[in-house]
Ligand binder design. Sequence first.
Ligand SMILES: Nc1nc2c(ncn2[C@@H]2O[C@H](COP(=O)(O)OP(=O)(O)O)[C@@H](O)[C@H]2O)c(=O)[nH]1
Ligand SMILES: [Mg+2]
Length: 192
Amino acid sequence: MKIESAAFYKSVTHLADLPKNNFPEIAFAGRSNVGKSSLLNTLMGHKGLARTSATPGKTREINFFIINSKFYFVDLPGYGYAKVSKSLKEEWAKLLEGYLKNRESLKLVVMLVDSRHPTTELDIEMQAFLSFYGRHLAIVRTKTDKLNQSMQSKAKRETERIYSDYDFMIDFSAKNGKGKKELLKQLDGFLK
Ligand SMILES: Nc1nc2c(ncn2[C@@H]2O[C@H](COP(=O)(O)OP(=O)(O)O)[C@@H](O)[C@H]2O)c(=O)[nH]1
Ligand SMILES: [Mg+2]
């Protein structure tokens, strides 16, 4: 896949506001600070399009980006950030769950896990949830530039051991571009 154009489309905080034109979409999920905005910026070839922030947990909306005028990349709210109120957490969970459960145009969820500790309880819960709803799932290990080759192989074995029901797994780095080409190629196959 070649990304010819990418633009912010809309921010959604209530399920009723989800886009209604049935473009296929690919959603990106992961714990706060896992490197989701950085990955999206890398894929879209646009440094500031998805915000990258040093204060994680701030984005609570579902953000839609329109790609090549024909599909969406969807930036889901990061989960598992401790320093927000319980009621805000419940609000996010409701939004996230409602979206993942019911969204018909959602073709694939790309779950990002930190290659340095790829299997936290929250990630495992998230994966079980997605698999329960029959979602296609990809797992991307982020920030691989922080690991040497043998640590990367270890993280790979660990994720392969823990997770099941995924369509593909990829090692990625927003810093050195590792995995970008392969990921775009894989995503193409889900946008039919
Ligand atoms: N070394 C390295 N740092 C990264 C990478 N991706 C993200 N980061 C850093 O990790 C922090 C969180 O990244 P961000 O993309 O905002 O994460 P998000 O909260 O999941 O959207 C930032 O300080 C980024 O610069 C990567 O591939 N390599
Ligand atoms: Mg972000």
